[in-house]
Design a protein around this ligand. Structure first.
Ligand code: NDP
Length: 256
């Protein structure tokens, strides 16, 4: 049933070698898309590309540091030449965090977090717009965070970059609807990936997170990627401008 397939579609997933991005690459490839991805570590990228090719997935990729403007331009040029100027799916996944009290952030850290988390997804969306439009049916998904919806003690810059993404989703949904491009946003709560290794080692903090989360556990990367993939399906054709939390109920949990 073609409503539940992305067969024949092309996709760019930023940061696909680990965690949520990796799960999204696999989900989209399994559903039939031709996927392009990137990361900074070449050895890990080659390892993943090898694994995906032995699973029969159509995935290619290159090394790219998404915090660099010229590297983003080169990335989208490669995607454009590989997919003949047409892209159906853009997943803005790359993001990082360094957690500090607001008073301790240096200008360098501020710029690094802004460039990696927000500017990169803004710029990649600008660069990909002609490709998404040319494909006839485009879908953008931003990987935001629950930290962009409510206070979570993970640092104010990270949280502000995610809140900015939530708003950008609404603007692009309205601005690019005429080009048949949808834009949606997925906001995960703590998800077991390399990004939160420190958290995963902290039993006390894990217990606190579980105690405040109705489903009483953290999320898995493939519990996020399933929603991301759904938002790219023809079945989701009337859904645009939304930010959806994948959080085990955390953001709706009031008192006690
Ligand atoms: P991971 O750190 O586990 O994976 C990040 C991926 O992105 C890796 O493939 C990494 O490869 C790549 N990457 C990181 N920085 C860059 C860069 N500058 N340029 C290119 N590639 C890069 O992170 P997660 O999977 O946990 O996070 C993915 C997204 O989900 C992020 O936006 C994050 O903020 C968000 N999120 C995660 C949550 C969690 O609890 N895990 C909760 C809420 C949101 P390499 O290092 O080799 O570049």
């Amino acid at each position: 049933n073609s409503r539940w397939s992305v067969a024949g579609m092309t996709a760019l997933v930023t940061g696909g070698t680990r965690g949520i991005g990796c799960a999204v690459v696999e989900e989209l490839a399994e559903l039939g898309a031709a996927v392009y991805t990137c990361s900074r570590n070449e050895a890990e990228l080659n390892q993943r590309l090898h694994e995906w090719s032995s699973k029969g997935f159509s995935v290619s990729g290159c090394v790219c540091d998404l915090s660099s403007r010229p590297q983003r331009e080169q990335l989208v040029e490669k995607v454009s030449s590989l997919f003949s100027g047409k892209l159906n799916i853009l997943i803005n996944n790359v993001g990082t965090n360094i957690r500090k009290p607001t008073t301790d952030y240096t200008p360098e850290l501020y710029s690094m977090l802004m460039a990696t988390n927000f500017e990169s997804s803004y710029h990649i969306s600008q660069l990909a717009h002609p490709l998404l439009k040319a494909s006839g049916v485009g879908s953008i998904v931003f990987i935001s965070s629950v930290a962009g919806l409510v206070h979570a003690d993970v640092g104010s810059i990270y949280s502000a970059t995610k809140a900015a993404m939530n708003q950008l989703t609404k603007n692009l949904a309205c601005e690019w609807a005429k080009d048949n491009i949808r834009a949606n946003c997925v906001a995960p709560w703590f998800t077991k990936t390399s990004l939160i290794e420190e958290v995963l080692d902290n039993k006390e903090f894990l217990d606190l997170v579980a105690s405040r989360t109705p489903l009483k556990r953290l999320g898995e990367a493939n519990e996020v990627s399933s929603l991301v993939a759904f938002l790219c399906l023809p079945s989701a054709s009337y859904i645009t401008g939304q930010t959806i939390a994948v959080d085990g109920g955390f953001t709706v949990n009031g008192f006690p």
